[in-house]
Structures are given as structure tokens and as C-alpha cells.
Design a binder for this molecule. Structure first.
Ligand code: SF4
Length: 194
């Protein structure tokens, strides 16, 4: 089994049924597959923070893989995650944490990382459906979750939040109700992202 693949991570999972654990496995696997990032660059987390996540959710995995953590500096080689867009998304999520704990910090990094992907957010997080993602957002980022009253697609909703708070109006229509892009922002996320 390939090291840091989804299956390999879940074989080390403390609680394989935990949705948070599954989300971390999906994003770590996806970011490694898509970006070719080195181990400690996963999610853009500093090395020690990434090691804490691994020990908490996949105990013994790093040791079994012969991987070591050497410092607490921001992960090198994560340029793709360190841009303005990633930082803005991360800040938005961190501001809305329900509790100021490590789990929600790690999940904020994971979501911001997955937002760099091309599919629906739950798909880029390796989750089986949108409902599980919505449940995680409701629990860990409650004040942000409740703002999505129109059930907007999650990536679209996050970017709309960023536009709104920076005073940018990227929408071509005066309102969603008359917008020709309505189905790109709302509607089912069961199929491929458009
Ligand atoms: S549906 Fe149209 S107006 Fe509404 S957020 Fe999307 S692009 Fe903007």
C-alpha cells in the first residue's frame, strides 16, 4: 500500500468511522496526489502541527513510514498553498471556529487546501457526500455554516464571502434570482463540478 494513500492512512486511523479523520485522510491523500507535496507540506501546516494531526488521528503512521519531524517552521515546498487565495480562505475559516481547538484549526487548513482542487469541496476532501461535509462545517464553523441560508455550493459560498467582505462584486447579475449562473452557485453537487 502506498505511503500516505487514503487506504494506508485509514489503516492507521484511530477511529476509521470518524468523519473528521476521513476528511483529513482524503485531503492529505489528495494534496499529495495532485501537488506532489512532500510529507510535512500537507495542508500547508507547519511540521510539528502536521505531526500532531497525524499522531492524533493516525497514531504510529509517521513512525511506520520512517518519517520524522524536524522543526516547527512553515512547511517548505507548499507554494501552491501559500498564495493570497489560500490565506484568505484560511483566515475566513479560522475566524469562524466554533471552538479555538486544534481539530478545528487542522480542519480549516484541510478545507482551504481542498478548495484549491477542481471538484466539489466534499469530493476534493475525499468525503462520500455533501451531507457529511455540511455536518463538519456545522460543528466546527457554526457561525459560517448558518450564513449559507440558500444552500449555496460550499466553494462558491466561501468565495462569495471573501468577495462580500472585500467589497468586490464579481457577479454579473443584480441578484441570484435572475442570474444565468444560478446553477453554478446553487443546485445539486451530486455530479461533476462545473
Ligand atoms: S447566482 Fe449569480 S448573482 Fe448569485 S452569487 Fe452566483 S454568480 Fe453571483
Amino acid at each position: 500500500m502506498e505511503i500516505l494513500s487514503y487506504e494506508w492512512l485509514m489503516a492507521h486511523a484511530q477511529n476509521p468511522a470518524d468523519h473528521l479523520t476521513r476528511a483529513f485522510a482524503g485531503v492529505i491523500h489528495g494534496s499529495r496526489r495532485n501537488n506532489g507535496l512532500k510529507t510535512h507540506a500537507m495542508l500547508g501546516l507547519a511540521e510539528e502541527n502536521f505531526a500532531s494531526l497525524m499522531e492524533s488521528h493516525f497514531p504510529g503512521a509517521l513512525q511506520n513510514a520512517g518519517m520524522s519531524v524536524t522543526g516547527s517552521a512553515a512547511a517548505p515546498g507548499c507554494e501552491a498553498m501559500c498564495g493570497e487565495e489560500f490565506g484568505d480562505l484560511l483566515d475566513l475559516l479560522l475566524e469562524h471556529r466554533t471552538r479555538p481547538d486544534k481539530e478545528s484549526e487542522w480542519l480549516a487548513f484541510a478545507i482551504a487546501t481542498a478548495c484549491m482542487g477542481n471538484d466539489h469541496l466534499y469530493q476534493d476532501m475525499g468525503l462520500p457526500n455533501r451531507q457529511i461535509l455540511s455536518g463538519l462545517l456545522s460543528e466546527y464553523f457554526t457561525s459560517l455554516f448558518v450564513r449559507n441560508t440558500g444552500n449555496m455550493k460550499w466553494k462558491k459560498f466561501f468565495y462569495k464571502q471573501l468577495c462580500d467582505r472585500s467589497g468586490v462584486n464579481a457577479c454579473r447579475a443584480p441578484s441570484c434570482a435572475v442570474c444565468t449562473d444560478y446553477l453554478k452557485c446553487f443546485g445539486s453537487e451530486d455530479g461533476p463540478a462545473n
